[in-house]
Design a protein around this ligand. Sequence first.
Ligand code: MRU
Length: 346
Amino acid sequence: MIKTIEWTDEGVVMIDQRRLPSEELYPVFTTYDEVAVAIEEMVIRGAPAIGVAAAMGIALGAKQSAASTPDELESDFNQACDRIAKTRPTAVNLFWAVKRMGEVFRAVKQSGASIEAIQNRLIKEALNIHEEDIESNKRMGRYGAQLLPQDVTILTHCNAGALATAGYGTALGVVRAAVEAGKTVNVIADETRPFLQGARLTAWELAKDDIPVTLITDNMAGHFMKSGQINCVVVGADRIAANGDVANKIGTYMVALAAHANNIPFYVAAPLSTIDLELKSGDEIPIENRVITEVTHIRGQQISPDGIQVANPAFDVTPHRYIAAIITDAGVARAPYEESLKALFK
Ligand code: MRU
């Protein structure tokens, strides 16, 4: 199995996703600030994986604190949380993990535990988040696989696989579970400009697992749908609002529109930690804008004129009316999403 992220005595080890598929490198990040920079620079990416990295970064910050009282430790802990929370704004799993670590910190501190006991408990919580994510992906995969026909060609956008999680994947977890259930599965991965998560990461991890995958450019998806070569779309999510609107990698909205126009079911697979019931609709989801060189350059090579004006929003919002179902680790939600999503938390 691909090891996306791991806690070690030396620090947090992550596969460097910027270098895939040409190089498979596993650098170690030894401070919470290094983990924060790794999230910002996309060494690790994908909503659930960002959540795990955030928890491990915070645990690392607490472990390395020189505090001599629990109050001093709290101040160092808060500093690590604040730094990690400023890395990427869209994937809510990051804020979910920061909140969960904070709740654990306060509960253990209040119980009168020693500094060392608090530090160990935070490391344990980060490891729990890591482990639970793999289990949740497998559960989600089984729910999702049941929705697919016996012989299926699935289009996916971006990378919502093992690399985007602690392992197994959300959208690609559905793919893996369908394969494990004996279905005949073909995946069409679109390249996902500008960062090329589809071409570099989805194609790499599916090929590694011997799951048939065909790579296309983003502008080919409509053609493949219209010509009857795609049975369904399965994507991941970075944040899902209470009404079922879904923020995911830029380009997802266009894929959803094309699927809708061709009567192809469009499924979203995401754990409960990606659902943000505090936001009424997708209009409230903050959309990250990233550096323009992701658009003007491909792997270091400039492809556009000097000084050209560029926009680079990293995510878009797909309105809930285009979504056939949201597959979660607590079951499958269908419209009306206000009710079905809320019911998953009971
Ligand atoms: O910018 P990224 O690569 O972090 O964006 C990732 C996505 O949009 C994924 O589809 C999403 O996080 C789900 S990952 C299971």
